[in-house]
Design a protein around this ligand. Structure first.
Ligand code: BGC
Length: 743
């Protein structure tokens, strides 16, 4: 019986194979010619797998819908066997159309890479592309063919927890990274590639007060100049799908926003893939106040939404809407065609089991090469923020006190959105450190404190990754006793994995209460204190920056983070991470970002004027604690001789320290006078170079018109002749300046 079924499936697959040899248009047109209305609507329906088990994958409601041709895609179905069972059900439907199988593979799969914000701090586009390629390879080995990433939302408000999932605050760097990730996932749609889904279109990162899902409101000028570029870049790189965002754009929820999805994305940007909603967005449009489910389904479809994630609004409403003449057959056909085209591009009509090869489960997942790449990238992503008296790198000798709630914690190392992680497969920091110094130094471990003094807050912070509560007084005493015996104190403190990511906004960005109290006591011992700050966002560290000896922002480095941290703190790797998100001094400065518009006040330093007008705050400085692009190294670099000759800018960079290191040479441009107010500076290029001790290199940048352009309110690039300031340096604050004139 089983054999017969397999033969039938084989015949079906080869029938499709023959079909797919036809050009896509012809193939899809012929297929649609045979589809009923119900089958077409079925293609627009995306439902979650939840926790179906292998057995009932065959008899689950999903399998039934798939077998009836009323399901186009699934998400969160885990395990190749379950995916295969669902694909078999779909293959058994009247037309046997295979399923898209989606998942949030956000920063790696079983091999977990650093969170995207940390990845962006590497400024290493090749490594980022490779991480995406590996993630796709592991995901496709498990049946996934569609990845809900990259998230390219610009993040300038660190209260918003989802900044962890993006590439920071800069549109230009964000665009380059978006393209690298799309290339890494999609490649040329081979068996190790999945379709990317660029999200969340659009402006999701601009939620008021950094509260996830909150209202967004902004001018077209700001939209096009600060927020839209990474989405457009991802589309230009050929991203196969786009996910609309939860928020309103110009007052209309993105999912129902015709201007956004149709005029801009489809027509102006010529996006050729399909648009999926975010989770239940069509139903949420009702809550936004657009009307009942039928109205929202109608508006979403007409606006250009092709697939409905989990609302069941398309599945339940479109037939009646058609009958009532509120939507047309052409509306449904258009969406259906786009979904079928995606399946065609993925080669699913050739072989619905293309991503269900059992042998790949043994060869393609969590391999030593993948882990090595993740470890390398994690080390590259860490940002050295302070290093008094060359405290780092540590010599592996004497006694090292390792203190803090993240020091011996397995499940929180990886960061948010790492659902395929197997914590038991990788080390805690304590284990990695003991290995790294074995036979040379002694590690004295103490947890030292809870995450938060308040149990309920701790519960929220450790959602899904609980850690034991300790008696704070007792734990503190143990930590102080370990510190007393040690030569150096290493603190593993900060956020837990679930304190950033979706629905994880924070209204206070300081080191949580009990951790801060302990850190102060450890600093008071007078011993050198190294703070490893775990975070999924920029946090406020004004006190730490003044009092702690050395600080490394380690973010969440993924499954290999523990070894990577040791690589950095013991000097196997010289840190080269550079911030892609400004670090504020204090919460009240937020949003504080480097590429802000030029304004008339406060008056610049050095200019005459009342003292009162030199800062906008009475109680604080304007400038951030650590600027965009900032990061130290165990060596030092000097910049000299910035010249602009023709359209080429050149600078000399010298490694003036005593060890080899990587420097990220950054080019910023300012449009001095234009028809609209322009930012004080904008990143337009960079080069990552390795210099050995004493070595100098000339780095050049060709200034091209696109680097000088801005966008008008229609989203058109405009280049205006005139004078531009050219700035090159190690970060956005410490730059050399020259001018360039575009005639
Ligand atoms: C998130 C998306 C995610 C989707 C599917 C939503 O809540 O906003 O980023 O891709 O869920 O899991």
């Amino acid at each position: 019986m089983k054999r017969l079924a397999n033969i039938a499936l084989g015949l079906l697959a080869s029938a499709w194979a023959a079909g797919q040899q036809k050009p896509m248009d012809q193939f899809v047109t012929e297929l649609m010619g045979r589809m009923t209305l119900e089958e077409k609507i079925g293609q627009l329906n995306l439902l979650p797998g939840g926790d179906i088990t292998t057995g009932n994958a065959v008899s689950s409601p999903l399998a039934r819908l798939a077998a009836e041709g009323r399901l186009g895609a699934v998400l969160n179905v885990r395990g190749q066997d379950k995916v295969r069972a669902l694909q078999q059900a779909a293959a058994g439907s009247r037309l046997g159309i295979p399923l898209l199988v989606g998942q949030d593979v956000i920063h790696g799969n079983r091999t977990v890479f650093p969170i995207p914000l940390a990845q962006s701090c590497t400024w290493d586009l090749e490594a980022i592309e490779q991480a995406a390629r590996i993630a796709a390879k592991e995901a496709t080995a498990q049946g996934i063919n569609w990845i809900y990433s990259p998230m390219v939302d610009i993040g300038i408000d660190p209260r918003w927890g989802r900044v962890a999932e993006g590439a920071g605050e800069d549109p230009w760097l964000g665009s380059r990274i978006a393209q690298a990730v799309v290339r890494g996932y999609q490649g040329s749609y081979g068996p190790h590639n999945a379709m990317a889904c660029v999200k969340h279109f659009a402006l999701y990162g601009a939620a008021e007060a950094g509260r996830d899902y909150n209202t967004v409101d902004m001018s077209r000028t700001r939209m096009f100049n600060q927020y839209m570029q990474p989405y457009k870049a991802a589309v230009d790189a050929g991203a196969g799908s786009v996910m609309s965002s939860f928020n309103v754009v110009d007052g209309v929820p993105a999912t129902c926003n015709k201007w956004l999805l149709d005029d801009l994305l489809r027509h102006k940007w010529r996006f050729g893939g399909f648009v999926v909603t975010d989770y239940e967005s069509i139903n949420e449009a009702t809550v936004h106040g657009l009307g009942d489910q039928a109205v929202c389904a109608e508006r979403a479809l007409k606006a250009g939404t092709d697939m409905d994630m989990c609302s069941k609004a398309f599945a339940d409403r479109l037939a009646a809407l058609l009958e009532a003449g509120r939507i047309s057959m052409a509306d449904i056909d258009r969406a259906c065609r786009r979904v079928l085209e995606a399946k065609y591009k993925l080669g699913l009509f050739d072989d619905p089991y293309r991503f269900c090869r059992p042998e790949r489960l043994d060869t393609d997942i969590y391999t030593p090469e993948h882990r090595q790449a993740a470890r390398r990238m994690a080390a590259e992503s860490m940002v050295l923020l302070k290093n008094d008296a060359h405290t780092l790198p540590l010599a592996p000798q004497g006694r090292i006190a390792l203190i803090g709630p993240l020091a011996d914690n397995r499940s929180n190392m990886v960061g948010c959105w790492s659902t395929d992680d197997r914590p038991e497969q990788h080390s805690t920091l304590r284990e990695a450190m003991e290995r790294a110094v074995a036979g040379k130094a002694e590690v004295l471990y103490a947890q030292g404190c809870n995450i938060y003094a308040d149990e309920a807050t701790q519960q929220a912070a450790t959602f899904g990754r609980p850690i034991d509560r300790v008696d704070d007084r007792q734990a503190r005493a143990q930590a102080l006793s370990a510190a007393a015996k040690a030569d150096v104190i290493v603190c593993a403190m900060g956020e837990m994995a679930e304190m950033s990511g979706e629905s994880s906004s924070r209204a206070d960005l300081d080191l949580p209460d009990v951790q801060m109290a302990l850190l102060r006591e450890l600093v008071a011992t007078g011993k050198p204190v190294v703070l490893l700050n775990f975070s999924g966002r920029s946090t406020t560290m004004q006190w730490e920056a003044e009092h702690v000896t050395a600080i490394v922002n380690v973010w969440f480095g993924g499954s290999e983070a523990a070894d990577a941290i040791c690589d950095v703190i013991f000097g196997k790797v010289n840190p080269s991470g550079r911030l892609t998100m400004t670090m504020p001094r204090t919460l009240g400065q937020i949003p504080v970002y480097y590429n802000h518009l030029s304004t008339g006040r406060p008056v610049p330093h050095g200019a005459s004027g009342f003292l009162k007008y030199r800062s906008n705050y009475i109680d604080h400085r304007n400038d951030p604690l650590f600027p965009f692009g900032f990061g130290l190294s165990y060596t030092t670099f000097e910049y000299s001789d910035l010249t602009v000759c023709g359209s080429r800018a050149q600078v000399t960079v010298t490694n003036t320290g005593s060890r080899s290191g990587v420097e990220v040479v950054q080019l910023y441009i300012r449009d001095v006078a234009a028809s609209i107010a322009r930012p004080v500076m904008e990143l337009k290029g960079f080069e990552r170079i390795r210099l050995s001790a004493g070595q100098s290199r000339t780095v050049s940048f060709d200034i091209s018109p696109d680097m000088l352009a801005f966008f008008d309110t229609q989203g058109n690039a405009v280049v205006e002749p005139g004078v531009f300031e050219i700035m090159v340096g190690p970060n956005s604050r410490d730059v050399l300046r020259a001018t360039y004139e575009l005639k």
